[in-house]
Design a protein around this ligand. Structure first.
Ligand code: ADP
Ligand code: MG
Length: 508
């Protein structure tokens, strides 16, 4: 199943990151290299053209100002003489007179660029900026510029100045540069995916570690944790969340194991007793009275057993979120009074003052039977742990959209280290009482189950020697069901037909 899951997924994250990174880097490299190449080519052309334009301007100036200075003109045209040669670049100039006959020509120019090769001509009064590409008779390429020049400045006589410049040198340079760029691009094409894959693998290492840990987690290895030190923030948070989840799982798991062990332990004692009783009784012939006594004792054990099973069943039900509550509008003040009445005898026998605090009516939609069960459990606890002369107070009030029930006593209190666990199943702060029937350590767990079912919350404060206060908070927003409201009364304490585990105080 897991292999199917993996195969139905698309690419791995590392592959995606590699692909994106490679594509992005290549695009960037191509763009950068292309721009550099374009810029260089444009720069070189501009430089070539400037040389031609300057040359034409110089010749125009000489023709205009000193048309008689033939020597000067010749020097300007004789560009291949050592005075003019620079950079290995060939520049040619030709002067054509007013009849179109070549007057002065740089040596070797006619064999490459005859006068007709210059098609575009700049007029006398225009700036010579129209440099064009031309092909020589040999097939090599040149930049060329032709411009009319006024002789003597009168404008009646014009000569034609033709200038051309060899491009091969620059073409070679650009070709070399292009080759270099292509080589770098090829290296980039090969290196990018490798680097990207390496980086992606490295970056995703923590993710792999997290998934490795997750894969190996089982009930026996719930204590495994991810070492998040050195992880980047995002993955550190993920690892911390994951570790926190494991903490909770481990805790729940430990509680469940403990719970199973406790159940077995709690069941063993009554069953042992039953068995021992039966074996002893059957070991020889007995009188009717002896059999009666044995059966009575067996019955007590079975009551204890069914009580325990009832509570466990209730807890299982309370933990199932699908459990239906029979909500009705319940006046909490009246309910507290009913519970007080129910426990009045037990309290006066124990020498403890049991009272309800005066206050207005608090009405909230809850399951009446379950609510009574919860309050009864709290009062029973207080009675068990409050010495004669002490007092127990029950109070209900509305507070910030919530209904609050408080059960306070002036009893022995609970040690601070036990407080966080008293709501756990089978947890008893004072183990010495564990042998007492009815004190199975399930009372507060049941209270919490009932309150949680109602969407409420439980809290406990206690100080050793001073007393304990348990607070149940219910949201007021819940609506009652369409159901005929039952009248409250102490006889309702055992909900008809439903298992509502209430401590049996008459046994105390
Ligand atoms: N009002 C109280 N005063 C002192 N200790 C209490 C009080 N309520 C509960 N406890 C402690 O919390 C433990 C758990 O209570 P509970 O779940 O009702 O179990 P049980 O009453 O069966 O022992 C008790 O064993 C007791 O030690
Ligand atoms: Mg109890």
């Amino acid at each position: 199943m897991s292999s199917k899951k993996v195969s139905s997924r698309s690419w791995s994250l590392a592959t995606r990151l590699t692909t994106w990174y490679t594509v992005a880097s290549l695009l960037l490299a191509v763009f950068t290299m292309g721009s550099l190449y374009w810029w260089l080519a444009a720069y070189l052309t501009q430089r070539e053209d400037r040389v031609l334009i300057e040359r034409v301007q110089v010749l125009r100036a000489i023709l205009r100002d000193r048309p008689q200075a033939i020597l000067e003109l010749r020097q300007e045209v004789d560009l291949n003489s050592p005075i003019h040669r620079r950079d290995d670049v060939q520049v040619y100039v030709r002067l054509l007179d007013e009849h179109g006959q070549p007057s002065l020509t740089t040596e070797g120019m006619d064999a490459l660029l005859p006068p007709r090769a210059f098609t575009l001509v700049v007029p006398v009064d225009s700036q010579p900026s129209h440099v064009t590409d031309v092909q020589s008779l040999e097939g090599t390429s040149y930049r060329a510029l032709a411009a009319r020049a006024s002789v003597g400045g009168s404008g009646e006589k014009t000569w034609l100045v033709q200038a051309a410049r060899d491009r091969e040198h620059h073409k070679l340079l650009l070709a070399n540069y292009r080759r270099g760029l292509l080589m770098m691009l090829a290296i980039t094409v090969i290196a990018c995916p490798l680097v990207a894959y390496f980086l992606a693998r490295r970056g995703l290492q923590p993710v792999r570690e997290i998934s490795d840990t997750a894969r190996h987690i089982g009930s026996a290895t719930l204590s495994a944790r991810i070492e998040a030190a050195g992880y980047p923030v995002e993955l550190g948070t993920l690892a911390d969340t994951f570790n926190a989840m494991l903490d909770r799982l481990e805790d729940s798991f430990r509680r469940i194991s403990q719970f199973s062990a406790d159940i077995a332990h709690e069941l063993r004692t009554p069953i042992h007793n039953l068995r021992g009783e039966a074996e002893v009784t059957l070991s020889r012939a007995r009188s009717i009275d002896e059999y009666k006594e044995a059966l009575t004792s067996c019955l007590e054990e079975t009551v204890r057993l069914s009580d325990l099973i009832g509570r466990l069943l209730f807890l299982a039900r309370a933990e199932n979120p699908g459990t239906q509550l029979e909500r009705e509008n319940v006046n909490l003040t009246e309910e507290l009074a009913a519970v007080r009445e129910y426990y009045a005898n037990a309290a006066s026998e124990a020498g403890v003052a049991l009272s309800t605090a005066a206050g207005g009516d608090v009405v909230v939609a809850v399951d009446r039977g379950l609510l009574r069960g919860a309050i009864a459990n709290l009062v029973a606890n207080s009675l068990t742990h409050t010495p004669p002369g002490g007092s127990i107070t029950l109070a209900a009030q509305v507070d910030d959209g919530h209904a609050r029930i408080e059960v306070c006593d002036t009893g022995t209190g609970i040690p601070t280290q036990d407080l966080p666990r008293v709501f756990d199943r089978f947890y008893r702060a004072d183990r010495s009482r564990s042998s007492q029937p009815g004190n199975m350590g399930l009372g507060l767990a049941i209270v919490k189950g009932i309150v949680t079912l109602h969407g409420g919350q439980t809290a406990i404060e206690s100080e050793v020697g001073k007393g304990t206060r348990v607070t149940l908070t219910f949201p007021m927003s819940a609506r009652p069901q369409d159901r005929e409201s039952r009248r409250a009364g102490p006889s309702d304490m055992m909900d008809h037909g439903r298992v509502v585990p209430i401590p049996n105080m008459t046994k105390k």
